[in-house]
Write a protein that binds this ligand. Sequence first.
Ligand code: ATP
Ligand code: MG
Length: 558
Amino acid sequence: MKDTDLPRSNFVRDWISADAASGKYGGRVRTRFPPEPNGYLHVGHAKSIMLNFGLAEEFGGKCNLRFDDTNPIKEEAEYVESIIEDVRWLGGDFGERPVYASDYFQQLYDWAVELIKKGKAFVCDLSGDQMRESRGTLTEAGTNSPYRERSVEENLDLFARMKDDEFPNGSRTLRAKIDMASPNLNMRDPVMYRILHAAHHRTGDQWCIYPMYDWTHGQSDSIESVTHSICTLEFEDHRPLYDWYLDQLGVFHPQQIEFDRLSLTYTVMSKRKLLQLVQQGVVEGWDDPRMPTIGGMRRRGYSSQGLRDFARNLGVTKTSGLTEFENLEYYIRGDLNKTSPRVMTVLRPLKLVLTNYPEGQVEMVEAVNNPEDEDAGTRSVPFGREVWIEQDDFREEPPKKYYRLYPGNEVRLRYGYIIKCHDVVKDPDTGEVMEVHCTYDAETRSGQQTRRVKSTIHWVPAAEAISVEVRLYDKLFNVENPNEAPDGQDFTANVNPKSLEVVHGKAEPSLASAQPGDRYQFERLGYFCADKSSQAELLVFNRTVELRDAWAKLQKRS
Ligand code: ATP
Ligand code: MG
């Protein structure tokens, strides 16, 4: 990461800075990013990645990528692969390889035995339902399990037999013996292990008992000598349990710190919901360009730097809020503006004929590749008698304040000449305008001292144009908070049925060399990225983001 990628001032950074200065943990800083491999990473994870990897880097420490893989039923190797790719793409440096909570299954088991021996854990035969019933409520204490006073010997024997595959799923659990009257429900004899006959993506059939998240997380942090275990606010109520386990074991004790998770307007972020969108075919897959996944955003054309800029500039606080989707687009646009070559592409082509331009003549005009980057230079675009323009740039009957092309009006063709419309050719059956006829003024070639006109439009040379498929994406949901669904329906009721429009356009010949992943600004239209399916036979582009910068205007106004 660059210096400008490192976290901005926030309370987590201040906390770590103070600990580093006071010599707590010997001045050492170690963090971890701990995804559960039950889906692809989303933009919310980018916030956590920037914070964890950024803080480690700033304070000369390390950040582990640790898979929290304790639930074999929902986890898959495909997710592990994608997460590794996404973290690397965002610039997270976790060294040679990631680590896995499943690496610690044996140690966690041994520690559980230790807690049993200390009289701090017991094997419980209550069913899931019975356990829920005896748990109590926020206002009422729970009741002790009838199995709570089992002897240490009996607990050791039963726990060993749980591990040795003697009991069916759900028949027994190992529970911590804490306090069924605690005001914190997490402390009411929480389950540490459950029986689950399921193959694990790494340990296969070696285990038929699996540790719960709370029993796994702090101990994994401790094993890895993590100093600051940074997580989202919903784990605040779990911190007493995190601390309790480590205190009972008397092992190295990291500090858990909670911050607010990112929520974006018009977006769902829960992996369960994203999986549902994939499974129901609402989107093409986890990397559909409409998905808020890192993979989807990459495919859509978001740059790693743009996402980092966004994530780094988010507040890190103790209260959760909603971030405007436009804020994300603002940073994406900002980076793409600096880095994307400009090209001319027409999405909805209309033929324009320059009736006084010599037939068969072609001249080359110079076009600037990127006005934001002097080194990017220029390119030549062929110009001739027939060009494609955007249907929208011509009106037979112009509305008020329409300065583009209409009969009798002049506009400039970008990098070319001033032209004037004198005629149209219509389809005799439909009345639709098929061609626009204009004259060009040979004295007005771009770059020379010439008169000015109100409007400049882009174009593509008809003879040399290449065909492109362009996917115009819009928001996947049509309400600000898609999680709130109308009565009796789930969040998919809020899916925007018009989130994708496919058009077939024409592009200037220089675009022919576009490779999947290449990003461009299509002049006057927005930023676009060649899709992974794009080939020489048919170039396919995804619209990344439009040019219109509503957010910047808003910020200027306020
Ligand atoms: P989800 O609820 O979206 O499925 P999760 O919290 O279950 O996400 P994990 O894989 O457990 O996902 O998350 C890995 C890390 O990323 C955790 O430390 C978690 O706190 C953090 N994280 C997850 N979602 C967000 C978010 N929206 N904003 C910031 N951090 C997040
Ligand atoms: Mg989770």
